[in-house]
Design a binder for this molecule. Structure first.
Ligand code: ZN
Length: 529
């Protein structure tokens, strides 16, 4: 189980911020929409750098002189710094957003969501006022039965720690992750008017007598449109990488997710997308994929569905007016086990027993499985390092540190699950960090092999952000190679526990983990036990 990891994890976030200078392309979601920068935004440490020359896409203005930048946001001036890279000046988006009272968060490793909080909502006889902190866009809907006015505030969140000041009768809700909905009911139909004020708040009015009042407010210049996708196209196709380009417009956050279903089919889901005018649902062929197709998604929206011949990393990002789905050979795949350095981490140990059931301790189960995994990997030709070979306490951060220091190619952490309710959940999970494409591919390979032998529910390969939204698991976050955390089964579920107590089950699980690793590194036909 993972509970013990939470605290150490929060500490790590603070300590490591800024320490590493790893740079990666970033997608920015601003006022509820993906921003299409022509020069890509970049993540550097915890900051997101955006091209100064393109800040008008956010409705901002910037002037850069050397390493100094002056940014004007909704009439407010923020002095900050600029970084020059490849002839382009970049400014720190998060610092500017924070300076004007907005908030931002890395919702995945590469997606920065800028959001506003609601300061005040007032609903009067003839109007709705919503005051926000931070950038938003919005739409106003009139609904007829019963008559009501709906204001959707895109890019906003209700902050549990700071509830908005409210007056009047209305309903408000967090409609989706980045939309706050305010609904006022009326006694007769009325036509709403108004919109975003120059100060960035929302004023909507109506008139029961249907007299047209002068509208002192300009309509929102950037009301989001739902995400529309154009015809997908394979724009690059080599042995190592296939890139599918999909033109897009508009869009709301949480717009894509990647998953592999139990049949082994991959889905890149766009749950809120619809097909643009003239766009076509077409079949896609490329070296890496077979039967690829953009199609209507079961459950709504669109999905890119494809099968792949071998483990591939799948990365989705926005660049200019396009989404790019990059399907590439994952890191340290190919060449088989020989020559690979693999760190096998038996979770917990020593004074930290992990989860337990009576005298049955997670640390012992983990170590037994890890020893088998290490032995099978070594037999396959890999160089194996174990973070512990006996019942020793090892600090959480020392585990990935060992992997990093040894130049390991893969990191496998082995755990046993537990939760608060006895017999409530059963089955196997393999976690990867955030949206890391390589670790996801490794997790998918291991999970697929293990569920063949456990006879337990298959919970799939999952992002650790599902467990800890900020930061994920420390052992995965700090590992600089493809890394997974494997949860064999639940110690507090009777069926799982019977299996966990069986030495042959533990050995078979270890063997399956190794088969999964072999599939990843590309020698699935050799050394098959
Ligand atoms: Zn554990």
């Amino acid at each position: 189980m993972l509970k013990g990891i939470a605290l150490a994890l929060l500490l790590c976030v603070t300590v490591s911020a800024g320490a590493q200078e790893s740079r990666q392309l970033a997608t920015v979601i601003y006022a509820g929409q993906i921003v299409a920068f022509a020069s890509s935004a970049e993540r550097l440490g915890d900051e997101c750098f955006v091209p100064a020359a393109e800040l008008d896409r956010l409705g901002w203005n910037a002037s850069v002189r050397g390493s100094q930048a002056r940014v004007v946001v909704a009439g407010r001036t923020v002095d900050t710094f600029a970084r020059r890279r490849g002839g382009t000046d970049f400014v720190p988006l998060r610092a500017v957003v924070s300076a004007v009272g907005g908030r931002s968060e890395w919702t995945t490793e590469s997606v920065l969501t800028v959001y506003a909080t609601i300061r005040r909502i007032a609903v009067r006889e003839t109007g709705i006022e919503v005051d926000v902190r931070g950038p938003v866009s919005h739409r106003v809907l009139r609904m007829d039965s019963p008559p009501r006015i709906v204001v959707d505030v895109y890019g906003a969140r209700l902050d549990p720690g700071a509830a908005p000041e409210t007056s009047g009768e209305f309903r408000m809700s967090q409609f989706d992750a980045n939309t706050v909905r305010v609904v006022a009911q009326l006694n007769v139909l009325a036509e709403p008017q108004g919109g975003l004020t120059p100060e960035g708040s929302i004023r909507v009015f109506w008139s029961g007598a249907r007299t047209v009042k002068p509208d002192p407010y300009r309509p929102s210049p950037n009301a989001p449109t739902p995400m529309t996708l154009g015809t997908p196209e394979v724009v690059s196709d080599t042995d190592d990488e296939t890139i599918i380009q999909i033109p897009f417009q508009g869009g709301v956050p949480g717009t894509f997710s990647v998953l592999r279903d139990t049949a082994g089919v991959h889905w890149v889901n766009f749950p809120s997308a619809r097909l643009g005018p003239n766009a076509r649902l077409v079949d896609l062929t490329a070296r890496a994929i077979r039967s690829g197709r953009l199609m209507d998604r079961p459950g709504g929206g669109l999905a890119l569905r494809f099968e792949i011949e071998q483990p591939m990393g799948i990365h989705v990002g926005a660049r200019g007016p396009n989404l790019l789905v990059r399907i590439s050979r994952p890191k340290h795949s190919g060449g088989g086990l020989a020559g690979k350095i693999i760190v096998v981490d038996a979770g917990h140990g020593g004074t930290d027993p992990g989860a337990s059931w009576g005298t049955l301790l997670e640390k012992d189960i983990n170590l037994d499985i890890a020893r088998h995994v290490a032995r099978y990997l070594a037999e396959g030709g890999a160089t194996v390092l174990m973070t512990r070979e006996d019942d020793t306490f090892i600090a959480l951060n020392d585990r990935p540190a060992m992997a990093n220091a040894s130049g390991a190619h893969l990191f496998i952490s082995i755990h046993t699950n537990s939760n608060n309710i006895v017999n409530s959940t059963s089955g196997t999970f393999t976690y990867y960090h955030m949206q890391d494409p390589d670790s996801r591919a490794l997790a998918e390979c291991i999970q697929a092999e293990v569920v063949k032998v456990t006879g337990l529910p298959d919970h799939g390969a999952r992002s650790d952000s599902e467990v800890y939204k900020v930061g994920g698991f420390a052992v995965l976050r700090h590992s600089r190679m493809p890394a997974v955390l494997f949860e064999t089964a639940y110690i507090n579920h009777e069926r799982d526990r019977q299996k966990l107590m069986d030495p042959e089950f533990r050995r078979a699980v270890a063997e399956a983990i190794v088969r999964g690793i072999e599939v990843y590194v590309g020698n699935e036909n050799k050394g098959r036990r």
